[in-house]
Design a protein around this ligand. Structure first.
Ligand SMILES: *[C@@H]1O[C@H](CO)[C@@H](O)[C@H](O)[C@H]1NC(C)=O
Ligand SMILES: *[C@@H]1O[C@H](CO)[C@@H](O)[C@H](O)[C@H]1NC(C)=O
Length: 226
């Protein structure tokens, strides 16, 4: 089944690099986080390789946004608070959907764009949450989707307690182990619970639309955020 010309696009919407690159060398993989939200991307990729398989790593858009903000904050400490950036008008509870940290998490909107060029059967949505809690299970889905034998299994992962993330066991020839997430060092700023509540209301209809479009429910609404 292994076709050397399979072309796979992995779009990791998480700022942290979650996907291990273990499948390198077998398939041409392009890993481009911003592609999923780029308007021109589906058309361009379709004209290059219409059989491309697309893998998109998604997670709770609220945690994604906070993580995104935290990463920017570490580079630019002078930026306004999350609360300030998240609202167009806080009194009115008007979320600023044009702020990229918020906009990227409107998955249904971006997906609509992709579905004009690619059938759903060519797209796999990987749960960023399950990639941490059950990396082997999520990798099994990835390998099945790519028509590969399940080479990466739970034997390849161990949980690093210090890091708080699963890591891939080190191949003999390589250096540091690759982990699914960076160390816990960077703590997220505490976000006002009212803002979280408002964001939950904002994202809910988009999440529902997304689940319906892909026939898969990530249950982000049930999650404690922070
Ligand atoms: C927010 O909306 C309120 C009520 O309409 C208005 O009085 C206020 O000036 C607005 N604030 C900003 C920053 O636009
Ligand atoms: C776990 O992670 C810590 C912190 O990054 C690192 O110092 C340590 O060597 C790791 N342990 C193993 C067994 O990989």
């Amino acid at each position: 089944m292994l076709d050397a010309s399979i072309f796979v696009f992995i779009m990791d919407l998480n700022i942290r690099n979650l996907m291990p690159k273990t499948l390198d060398g077998q398939i041409t993989m392009e890993k481009t986080p911003s592609y999923f939200v780029t308007n021109e991307a589906p058309k361009r990729i379709h004209s290059m390789a219409r059989d491309t398989k697309l893998i998109v790593v998604v997670r709770n858009p609220i945690t994604r946004a906070i993580s995104d903000y935290t990463q920017t904050l570490s580079k630019k400490p002078e930026i306004p608070s999350f609360e300030v950036l998240a609202f167009k008008n806080r009194t009115l509870g008007l979320i600023d959907a044009s702020w990229s940290a918020i906009r990227i998490g409107i998955y249904a909107l971006h997906l609509e764009n992709w579905l004009q060029y690619f059938p759903l059967s060519q797209i796999l949505f990987v749960s960023g949450e399950r990639l941490i809690s059950d990396p082997a299970g999520e990798m099994a889905k990835v390998q099945d989707f790519l028509g590969l034998k399940r080479i990466v299994t739970d034997k390849h992962f161990y949980f690093n307690e210090t890091k708080g993330f699963p890591c891939l066991k080190k191949p003999e020839d390589s250096g540091a182990p690759r982990c699914l997430g960076k160390s816990k060092g960077r703590t997220h700023p505490k976000i006002d619970p009212d803002v979280i509540h408002r964001l939950k209301k904002f994202y809910k209809p988009f999440n529902m639309m997304f689940y319906q479009m892909i026939g898969q429910n990530f249950q982000w609404e049930q999650e404690e955020t922070q």
